[in-house]
Design a binder for this molecule. Structure first.
Ligand SMILES: [Zn+2]
Ligand SMILES: [Zn+2]
Length: 350
């Protein structure tokens, strides 16, 4: 019999989130049953509830920054045991056979990955429910091992914000002495600063809010540029090896690519709503690159967690109760979060 699980979800587009009861499948032979302890609130949760990208299937239970404890497992589970602290990120399944899956890029599965929420299971019929709930059942191949020494509530945002920034830093060669600029200091940006600084880069934060300078330096940046100040960028033309651009509002890409040195890369991890013009001449003169990056596969996510464990990297969070989720969504709409809300899911009941 499938279990009835307390959860928080939105019954319709732009509706407030309300308590609801969902069903989870009984653990299959390779499934791990997880008691969820904490779940981070990602901006894409809000976009899904607001149906900003179209196609959200309601009711929806969001959440893909999930940390919990193993409370049950199928007969053939080999990687995890009862009591293990585990994580689940954006992915809960994929075809596992196509070239993308075999290369460890499950998020680009040729037969569509199964996402942690608002996604069809491999049976093509049932919808997935996310981490704003008290239990979850996931195939062990998509379950991550959490480092023991990290505060589990503060580690939850690593499962999306962490891998979203770690992966492009690795892909585009961030290393000791690299000049790295982080554009936008929100949930993603603050993780990018911490991880790039741990990799030995000299980090500059570029933000439109001058009030964030103190935070930027505390998080590990060496320099701060307020992009609203006239002429603020003049002295940094041609400076950066790598720019991690976390901004999802429309913005001037040419002003950013001018800050790259030759062979430098501007990587976009935010999703601006409309096409943005780019001055190609500015890219050709200097062999500059504009790239995108979307989370990371399961193996790379585990690598990121292990790296953060070794370096003591966690998110700056505000821990909230279930009844504060709607308030958190409202505050995120006005940029009032430093730097991630994380839900204590024990407040859902069991
Ligand atoms: Zn996310
Ligand atoms: Zn696949």
């Amino acid at each position: 019999m499938p279990k009835k699980i307390p959860a928080y979800g939105a019954p319709a587009a732009k509706a407030l989130l309300v308590p609801m009861t969902i069903e989870r499948r009984d653990p299959g032979s390779r499934d791990v049953e997880i008691q969820i302890l904490y779940c981070g609130i990602c901006h894409s949760d809000v976009h899904k509830v607001d149906n900003d990208w179209g196609g959200t299937h309601f009711p929806v239970v969001p959440g893909h920054e999930i940390v919990g404890r193993v409370v049950g497992r199928g007969a053939n589970v080999s990687k995890f045991h009862e009591g293990d602290l585990v994580g689940v990120g954006c992915l809960v399944d994929s075809c596992r056979e196509c070239p993308e899956c075999r290369a460890g890029h499950e998020m680009f599965c040729d037969r569509d990955a199964t996402w942690s929420f608002d996604s069809l299971e491999r049976d093509g019929k049932s919808w997935t429910w996310g981490g704003y709930s008290s239990r979850m059942v996931v195939d062990e191949s998509f379950v991550l091992r959490m480092p023991k020494d990290l505060d589990p509530a503060r580690a939850a945002p690593l499962l999306c914000a962490g891998i979203t920034t770690y992966s492009p830093l690795r892909q585009f060669g961030c290393t000791r002495g690299s000049q790295v600029g982080v554009v936008g200091l929100g949930g993603l940006g603050h993780m990018a600063v911490k991880i790039a600084a741990a990799m030995g880069a000299e980090v500059t934060v570029l933000s439109s809010s001058g009030g964030k300078e103190k935070d930027a330096l505390r998080l590990g940046a060496k320099h701060f540029l307020c992009t609203k100040d006239p002429g603020a960028l003049d002295a940094s033309q041609g400076k950066f090896d790598l720019l991690i651009d976390t901004v999802s509002a429309p913005h001037d890409m040419d002003a950013l690519s001018a800050l790259l040195r030759s062979f430098g890369t501007l990587v976009l991890v935010g999703l601006p709503p409309a096409p943005t013009p780019v001055n190609v001449t500015g890219l050709v003169h200097g062999n500059k690159r504009v790239a995108g990056s979307n989370i990371g596969g399961i193996a790379e996510t585990q690598e990121m967690l292990d790296y953060c464990g070794q370096h003591g990297i966690v998110a700056d969070i505000e821990l909230i109760r279930a009844d504060q989720i709607n308030e958190a969504y409202r505050r995120m709409g006005s940029g009032d979060v430093r730097y991630r809300f994380v839900i204590d899911t024990s407040t859902f009941g069991t």
